[in-house]
Design a protein around this ligand. Structure first.
Ligand code: NI
Length: 143
């Protein structure tokens, strides 16, 4: 099994708020990320496939194709946008890193696996909100 990762960057604004909860609950839960007038993050996104390299090409996936898929399905809709307001596939979630990695995984799974070698899977999507804070969605790992 070979793991192949592409790292990309984007910038976006968001606000963490649960509209079913009180202002006090939101402030206590989300702190600065609940400020009313938005704030931005410099996100780093890591997309990892797992598979057996194709015997002809030696690739699990052509990384140029993976780059294009991430641009089309994640960067184009999300880069320099407001994640709460501008991105149709995020419209029903609170844009925490935890929720974003799951949504990004669901967006990428089909197009990525269509381009990958036979039997390869989209293994994980990891998102750094800051250098120190990240979340990763990986349906293949269990506790
Ligand atoms: Ni934030």
């Amino acid at each position: 099994m070979v793991f192949v990762t592409r790292q990309t960057h984007f910038n976006a604004a968001h606000r963490l708020v649960n509209s079913n909860k009180s202002d006090q609950w939101n402030q206590e839960t989300y702190g600065k990320c609940n400020y009313a007038n938005w704030h931005g993050h410099n996100y780093v996104l890591e997309v990892t496939l797992a598979g057996i390299p194709d015997p002809d090409s030696g690739y699990v996936i052509d990384l140029g194709r993976l780059k294009k898929i991430i641009e089309q399905y994640i960067l184009e809709p999300c880069d320099h946008r407001n994640l709460n307001m501008d991105v149709p596939f995020l419209s029903d979630i609170i844009p925490t890193s935890e929720n974003l990695v799951h949504a990004f995984y669901d967006q990428l799974k089909k197009p990525v696996e269509a381009e990958a070698s036979q039997g390869s899977v989209l293994y994980s999507v990891k998102l750094f909100e800051t250098e120190r804070n990240s979340a990763e969605y990986c349906p293949y790992r269990t506790l």
